[in-house]
Ligand binder design. Structure first.
Ligand code: KIV
Ligand code: ZN
Length: 525
């Protein structure tokens, strides 16, 4: 394989992914994702949009200081203050990159920017030069490239290469293009833009027509060598190119593409689960690579084939994406060593204090549940490590529920408020079921105005003693903006999981309010 056959994986989970409604993360959560991106061995981590909020600035700054191997990119519109802020946040990174952008399509230039092509071209050149005064590593994106006049697009790409951009990213901002057209655009640029062979051509596809991965693949076949993507494909509207899909497509069909990535694919499942736990948003069961059914075989003919030789119906090995078939059954007699060993095989590298926290949850669960499966372990990693580690405002200390067919359900919830000197309060409330009663008690104690818009419940493993996971969508109006968050909670008891998920959502709302994440729509990209 030649050197330029290595595809650069640029992850934008923490920027394009995080900016979509409900996917906001706090700084500690972003640091956990950044660590996982390092374990995956991504080449570039786009850590945020520093000028947009204090929270984004601090996250980019802390990720820059923490990340060891990957380049860290910060997004900036094509103007001085954005580029200054991006550099201020990035300057301690080992390998910083400024990513600046301005639209190139007439529809954006005329209606959104209210400028002429010539004015936009001048701004693009000046911005790249300004970014270049800070770092040699500058990426430029002509936004809405796929709906731009191809002649003007080529002119802009040429101008910014001359100004010093080292990566040119061609975004399909609105998810409009199709594979053959995108292939043509990339090929056209390669054939008509002088100097393009000296820089990296990147692509950034949105999934509005479900074509983000296919379009990225077509671009690679036309010569693109950087792909922008996100874990689980999260991102604005229908999301971005899903990292797990593009990486596994390149790996599985290396016979067709003859390119490679540096991704440690065994970390894919852990990355997907980590994001799910942090955001409270699960992937659909039939999601390629990381969905629950991605490696499940239901049909008798398929099962028969798999038993004889897994290659009959499996094009990838589950182990290659970090799904391992366990022969070990864990339970209350399992020692710490066996449990840690199992977690390691599943791709979780826990520090000593994390193992301590995890093991407490494990023992507690093992007292109630006879057999503990991998899915249970993943769920309690989420609860005991990712959630416990965060500085969250509210913590549920205890829940007691009484209910019956002929008596009104009642919940008593004990809550700790970290922002009020760790004050412990408790409240007893009635409701339409244990969850509703518990939520009413939490409402009373916190005075929250948040409303639950959606509630869903999944049993993690089979059996009446299954762990269950509740996800809620909660919204609250704050300073004229609607804050929308997803919360999740895991417990062996359905009602307790429901109360946990509501409190999780409240903590996220509290965080958004504190960090100035209530962005104005006009500030979003
Ligand atoms: O979709 C888009 O055009 C973007 C740019 C900022 C690259 O996210
Ligand atoms: Zn985007």
């Amino acid at each position: 394989m030649k050197k330029n056959d290595r595809i650069i994986i640029f992850d934008t989970t923490l920027r394009d992914g995080e900016q979509s409604p409900g996917f906001s993360m706090n700084i500690e959560e972003k640091l956990l994702i950044a660590d996982q991106l390092e374990s995956l061995n991504v080449d570039v981590i786009e850590a945020g949009f520093p000028v947009i909020s204090d929270g984004d600035f601090e996250a980019v700054q802390r990720i820059s200081e923490r990340v060891k191997k990957a380049q860290v990119a910060g997004l900036a519109r094509a103007n001085g203050p954005d580029i200054d802020a991006a550099w201020k946040a990035l300057k301690n990174a080992r390998k910083p990159r400024i990513h600046t952008f301005i639209s190139s399509s007439d529809i954006h230039i005329k209606h959104q920017l209210k400028k002429t092509r010539a004015e936009v071209l001048k701004i693009a050149i000046e911005s790249v030069k300004k970014a270049k005064s800070y770092t040699a590593n500058v990426e430029f994106s002509p936004m809405d490239a796929t709906r731009s006049d191809i002649g003007f697009l080529a002119e802009m790409v040429h101008a910014v290469i001359e100004a010093g951009a080292t990566t040119i990213n061609i975004p399909d901002t609105v998810g409009y293009t199709i594979p053959s057209e995108f292939h043509f655009i990339i090929k056209h640029l390669y054939e008509h833009v002088p100097g393009i062979h000296n820089i990296i051509v990147s692509v950034h596809c949105h999934n509005d027509l479900g074509l983000a991965v296919a379009n990225s693949i077509a671009a690679v076949q036309a010569g693109a060598r950087q792909i922008e993507c996100t874990i689980n494909g999260i991102g604005e509207r229908a999301g971005n190119t899903a990292m797990e899909e593009i990486v596994m497509a390149i790996k599985t069909r290396s016979d067709m593409f003859r390119v490679t990535t540096g991704i440690n694919t065994k970390q894919i499942m852990s990355a997907s689960k980590l994001l799910t736990h942090i955001t409270g948003v699960s992937v659909q069961p039939n999601k390629a690579i990381v969905g629950d059914n991605a490696f499940a075989h239901e049909s008798g003919i398929h099962q028969d084939g798999i038993l004889k030789n897994s290659m009959t119906y499996e094009i990838m090995k589950p182990e290659d994406v970090g799904i391992s078939k366990s022969t070990l059954v864990l339970g209350k007699h399992s020692g710490r060593h066996a449990v840690v060993d199992r977690l390691k095989t599943m791709g979780y590298k826990l520090k000593k204090d994390e193992v301590d926290r995890f093991f407490k949850y494990f023992k507690n669960l093992a007292d109630k549940k006879k057999q503990i499966f991998d899915e249970d372990l993943i769920a309690i990693v989420g609860e005991s490590i990712y959630k416990e580690e965060q500085k969250r405002r509210y913590k549920v200390e205890n829940v007691q529920i009484s209910t019956g067919m002929f008596s009104p359900p009642m919940s008593m919830v004990t809550l700790k408020d970290h922002d009020d000197d760790n004050k412990i309060s408790f409240e007893v409330q009635h409701g339409n079921g244990g969850v509703d009663a518990g939520v009413n008690a939490v409402r009373k104690m916190t005075g929250t105005k948040a409303v639950i818009k959606a509630f869903s419940l999944t049993a993690i493993t089979g059996g009446s003693d299954a762990l269950c996971e509740v996800s809620v969508t909660a919204v609250e109006n704050f300073k004229g903006r609607e804050l929308k968050v997803f919360g999740s909670g895991v417990s062996i008891d359905i009602s307790i999981a429901g109360i946990f998920s509501f409190v999780d959502a409240l903590n996220k709302i509290e965080y958004l309010k504190k960090m100035g994440h209530a962005r104005k729509i006009s500030e979003k990209v």
